[in-house]
Write a protein that binds this ligand. Structure first.
Ligand code: S3P
Length: 729
């Protein structure tokens, strides 16, 4: 691409550009220019083979260079332009790598009278607290963003050339105008640096400084990492961009003042909302920008082992969602025990808080909801972000269609690609005004008309979410709303509505509701989630010498398909201490190892085990003979396409698995059932946990990538699984 690149200022950034350019074969020859006082540094760069040569005479350094990149602190760029001016070559591409851009433009104008047409300002958003050429590395820019801020006189071909250069060394290039760049960077980089410097300065001056640093845990360390950055460079940047930074400092002062006030006046609800908003906003950014800032969690499972012991898995997800929804609409105070403290249920909880409901907890699974009554919700100030939770979005769309205020429902990447037409279409026939994206996905924009009319709806698919959505809308509709399901699905909505004293008529496949009812607060005891217990029902069945008791599991007959299917396969599951807790059947489940055999899974059991198929496929892989699943097309529109993703992963692990349109055919083996290998969870918690359980019968380690989504339904999975004996790190 170039014959000779000259880097002016060979520190971390300049050195990394040189290394990357060399590695990518972008230039035949790379030299550096520096001052006499920087001779040692230049020599180091040459010794490390970062550059081919260096000069302290700028004329020689830039002679015949077809690309010159200024990598000095922004405060000295004007001086560099002055030195370059006598040797300026119109055929050379000049760029810089400064963190502020208006000041660089001003420096160019001060020296040349205007910005030269062959100078393209650039800013690689990559750096490290370390500085100096010794810290430079060829992959510093890899997959990092780089902003170029072209000026009017730059030609398109030159901008393309600059873009191609930065892309070649690994960067993701964006184009911005200069003012926008400086405003964005002031907020995302300059202000955080000032905060970090200022906090360390404040705490460092306190008498107890030794104590503070000695006990500085993760928070202080994480937050102040960037206070180790080069002070000279940051002095330059802050001075150069102070016009953008000062208003932000003022806004931050106001924000801190508000928090101070909330603390002074014990306004815990407001404080909680502030923190929750921030947490959700951050999560939204992570989801939007491809997890660029997020941690990724990888599970490594050592092969073999048994599961033994007694545990209680967390609360039922479906019931936790519904407890918040109905508790919020009830009159009086509802106490919930056993609430699932995981991202999905918390998304529902946060949505109701945002609609003005005071909710305390969860603390040790206990939540207290100060119900506002059926018509007491308030319009939220922002879009309701529902994360990964399909249940939140589909149930809320029905409930909110009946309000007389407007809402917008958003979700993460996975939720934003799931079909919503199944709820928006019947709601539209009830008179709801909901606008989805053109492909029928979220965001959903709901205009509350307060005027719904009842429908009789024969559902085209067996879905508890669709059924619940329509029943909740029916609470606000004129007339009697009836839903007919093609096969039985979980009935927690109907049961819980009755528990709150709201009449729902059930007659076979039909459930009917009217607006004539009210919800009276009640106490709810959420049993353990059979969908979480399922991982251990399968794990203990397939791992030799296993004996596990799962306490207080919800065994509502619309959820026990997993037990029926495993028993048909020959599993040894005992249902003990059957009892009824708050209108829901509960039991302790004891499961011991057994040799499973392949079966044809009866289609009527599919909706009753709909969330358990990923782990049932693992059971099938370890069973003797063929297992066939049909009638399970719905699996293709869960958090991911669970048929394809499981078939792909199983194949990686050496299992003969054949995806079909509506199910799977798996040839199970007793010996060497599963090989080792690396699989991906594809944004789906149940895929991550299922492949972890596969480790129990694997012949080599299994690595599961992208497991942070386990937090959506079962944050304690790793802890409980290892407690029982799974070797998972
Ligand atoms: C749920 C219903 C099911 C299930 C989901 C929870 C509910 O979804 O997969 O995890 O709480 O109503 P569908 O209704 O789409 O089958």
């Amino acid at each position: 691409m170039f014959n000779k690149i000259c880097i002016i200022g060979i520190g971390l950034i300049g050195g990394s550009i040189a290394r990357a350019a060399r590695e990518q074969g972008v230039s035949n020859y790379i030299v550096a220019f520096g001052r006499q006082s920087g001779l040692k540094n230049l020599q180091t760069a040459k010794d490390l083979a970062v550059i081919d040569n260096f000069y302290i005479d700028i004329e020689v350094a830039v002679r015949d260079a077809d690309c010159v990149i200024i990598c000095t602190p922004v405060g000295v760029i004007e001086q560099v332009f002055k030195q370059l001016q006598p040797f300026w070559n119109d055929n050379t591409l000049y760029m810089d790598a400064g963190s502020t851009k208006e000041s660089v433009i001003a420096s160019a104008k001060a020296v040349f009278g205007k910005v030269p047409a062959n100078f393209i300002p650039a800013h690689p958003i990559a750096g490290a607290e370390r500085s100096g050429v010794a810290a430079s590395k060829a992959d510093l820019f890899k997959a990092k963003r780089l902003i170029i801020t072209p000026v009017k006189s730059n030609s398109k071909s030159l901008i393309d050339k600059a873009t191609a250069f930065w892309q070649k060394i690994g960067a993701i290039v964006s184009v911005m105008d200069v003012e926008h760049h400086d405003a964005v960077l002031a907020a995302t980089s300059h202000l955080p640096h000032i905060l970090a410097f200022s906090l360390v300065d404040l705490l460092g001056k306190k008498d107890e400084k030794v104590e503070i640093f000695k006990y500085a845990a993760g928070g202080f360390k994480d937050f102040t990492r960037i206070a180790s950055s080069d002070p000279t460079m940051w002095l330059d940047i802050c001075m150069a961009n102070k016009n953008e930074i000062i208003p932000l400092i003022q806004q931050l002062k106001v924000g801190l003042g508000e928090i101070e006030q909330m603390l002074l006046e014990n306004q815990s609800q407001q404080l909680f909302e502030t923190f929750t908003y921030a947490k959700q906003a951050r999560q939204r950014f992570l989801n939007q920008f491809d997890n660029a800032m997020s941690q990724t969690i990888t599970f490594n499972i050592q092969p073999g082992g048994s599961l033994r012991g007694e545990i209680r898995v967390p609360g039922d997800k479906s019931m936790s969602h519904r407890s918040i929804m109905l508790g919020s609409l009830a009159e009086g105070v509802t106490h919930v025990k056993g609430f699932l403290n995981a991202e999905d249920a918390l998304a529902t909880l946060a949505a109701f808080r945002a609609m003005g409901v005071e909710i305390e907890g969860p603390v040790n699974g206990e939540v207290t909801i100060h119900g506002v009554g059926k018509y007491g919700l308030k319009e939220p100030k922002e879009a309701l972000y529902l994360g990964n939770s399909g249940t939140s979005m589909r149930l809320l769309s029905g409930l909110l269609a009946g309000q007389n205020f407007n809402t917008v429902l958003t979700g993460d990447r996975s939720l934003s690609s799931r079909p919503m037409k199944r709820v928006t279409a019947p709601l539209a026939t009830m008179g709801a005004n909901i606008v989805a994206e053109t492909d029928g996905t979220a965001p959903l924009r709901i205009t509350g008309t307060g005027e719904l009319k009842a429908i009789d709806y024969l559902m085209p698919m067996a879905s508890a979410q669709v059924k619940s959505c329509i029943l909740l809308a029916g609470m606000y509709a004129e007339g009697e709303t009836t839903v007919i399901e093609p096969a039985p699905t979980r009935d927690h909505t109907e049961r819980m509505l009755n528990g709150f004293g709201y009449p729902v008529q059930r007659n076979g496949a039909k459930a009917s509701i009217t607006s004539k009812g009210k919800l009276t607060a009640t106490d709810i005891d959420v049993p353990s989630d059979i969908s979480s217990a399922a991982f251990f029902l399968v794990g203990a069945s397939i791992a030799p010498d296993s004996d596990v008791t799962l306490k207080h599991v919800g065994i509502n007959p619309t959820r026990t398909g997993i037990i029926d299917i495993l028993r048909l396969m020959g599993a040894n599951i005992e249902v003990m201490n059957k009892r009824s807790v708050g209108g829901e059947p509960v039991a302790d489940l004891r499961v011991r190892s057994s040799q499973l055999k392949g079966i044809n899974i009866p289609e009527e059991l599919v909706p009753l085990a709909i969330d358990e198929f990923p782990v049932l496929f693992i059971a099938a892989a370890c069973a003797e003979g063929q297992t066939t699943l049909t009638g399970a097309k719905e699996l293709r529109v869960k958090e991911c396409d669970r048929i394809q993703v499981m078939a792909d992963g199983l194949k990686v692990l050496g299992v003969d698995a054949q995806a079909t349109e509506d199910g799977m055919i798996i040839q199970g083996k007793i010996e060497n059932s599963i090989a080792g290998g690396e699989v991906d969870s594809h944004d789906d918690h149940r895929i991550a946990m299922s492949f972890s359980i596969a480790g129990l019968r694997a012949t080599a380690p299994i690595t599961v990538h992208d497991c942070e989504n386990v937090n959506t339904s079962f944050p304690e999975f790793r802890e409980l699984a290892t407690q029982l004996g799974l070797n998972l790190k």
